[in-house]
Design a protein around this ligand. Structure first.
Ligand code: PEP
Ligand code: MN
Length: 359
């Protein structure tokens, strides 16, 4: 019932913006001068929304936890002087009340809040029937339902203008990313809820400047509605997330480059464009398979340690049944699923055989 509502919501707020929507500004507000300097240097032909964190959720205590309410006044000043819309993160009722009192245009729920249904419920209730745009970052953990659930909680409170931000997910292994993109989860979101705007946050996915351009481009190739990219006039001196912030000038360079390659793309035939997309998806499929085989290897080591047989027919039967059912839902034939899983299974068994033989 609620799912229906979510699918049917017309997000016409989106149409007030040229696509892609670009949101930029510092990770944290540090002073009024800092916000004004950054906002004045951002190229307004691209960046329509200015972001700054006022209350900062930090992993460990003792760090800079944001300037608090005074930062809202500084954001207002940015709106007055530049005409940009302003956005900040809220994590509880007090934050919501203060942000509404200062007429902040866009409020977002951070990744650490989306994980907690009590927090989301509290925020949703304090925003009841608001006309503001509310964006929900994906939860820290790769949990699709938790992300969707947060939106359902907002919609249930009569909130109509919503969107999501894909900022990547925690990953227990070492990875080139600070937060693993798991494009599959975000694309799944796009498939189910194509009506809800999705914005990519390459800054928090990458965790460093390197890679921001690539992730941003990939998101736009995948037809995301916009980007949120952190910027700062002196990134190395930023009070939070200093490694991943870029200067307003670097941001323009990235956006121009993406635009240029889009222009090149527009000269491509429809077949070439679709082929590029297929190439990208194939790479994603292979990197997902590689992650799966790493897990098979880890399980192989445990089987060796506990002297368990490699082939576990019951487990295999369960996997087949579950995925045949999943496959049907996404319109894959059961013959294909069987052949595909069989190949994966054989490779996993070979990997585990090699682990068993390792001394
Ligand atoms: C941020 O946008 O600065 C932030 C804290 O993001 P996230 O919730 O994605 O960690
Ligand atoms: Mn940040």
């Amino acid at each position: 019932m609620i799912m229906q509502t979510l699918n049917e919501l017309d997000q016409d707020w989106m149409r007030c913006f040229q696509k892609p929507i670009i949101i930029s500004g510092p990770c944290s507000a540090e002073s009024q001068e800092q916000l004004l300097e950054i906002s004045k240097n951002l190229d307004k032909s691209y960046v329509k929304i200015f972001r700054a964190g006022i209350w900062k959720p930090r992993t460990k205590p003792g760090g800079f936890e944001g300037v608090g309410e005074i930062g809202l006044k500084w954001l207002q000043k940015v709106k007055e002087e530049t005409g940009m819309m302003i956005a900040t993160e809220v994590a509880n009722t007090d934050h919501v009340k203060a942000s509404l009192a200062y007429d902040i245009d866009i409020l977002w729920i951070g990744a650490r809040s989306t994980v907690n249904p009590f927090t989301v419920q509290e925020i949703a209730e304090s925003l009841k029937n608001t006309e503001k745009i509310i964006l929900v970052k994906n939860p820290i953990n790769p949990d699709f339902d938790l992300w969707v659930g947060a939106l359902e909680r907002l919609v249930a409170q009569g909130i109509k203008k919503i969107g999501v931000i894909h900022r990547g997910f925690s990953y227990y292994k070492k990875s080139q990313y600070r937060n693993h993109p798991h494009w599959d989860i975000a694309l799944n979101f796009k498939n189910f809820y194509g009506n809800i705007p999705i914005i990519c946050d390459p800054s928090h996915i990458c965790g460093e400047r390197e890679g921001i351009a690539t992730v941003a481009k990939q998101a736009l190739n995948l037809e995301y509605d916009g980007l949120m990219i952190e910027s700062h006039c002196n990134p190395d001196k930023a009070w939070s997330d200093s490694k991943q912030q870029i200067t307003p000038q670097q941001l323009v360079k990235i956006l121009k480059k993406i635009e240029f390659s889009k222009e090149q793309d527009s000269k491509k035939t429809q077949i070439e464009i679709l082929r590029d997309k297929i190439d990208e998806l194939d790479e994603n499929v292979l990197s997902l398979l590689a992650s799966r085989f790493l897990l098979s290897r880890e399980i192989g080591m445990l089987k060796k340690k506990h002297n368990v047989d490699i082939f576990q027919p019951n487990r295999w039967k369960q996997i087949m049944e579950k995925l045949e059912c999943f496959g049907k839902n996404v319109e894959l034939s059961s013959d294909f699923i069987k052949v595909f899983l069989e190949i994966i299974h054989q490779e996993s068994i070979q990997i585990q055989n090699r682990v068993m033989l390792d001394r």
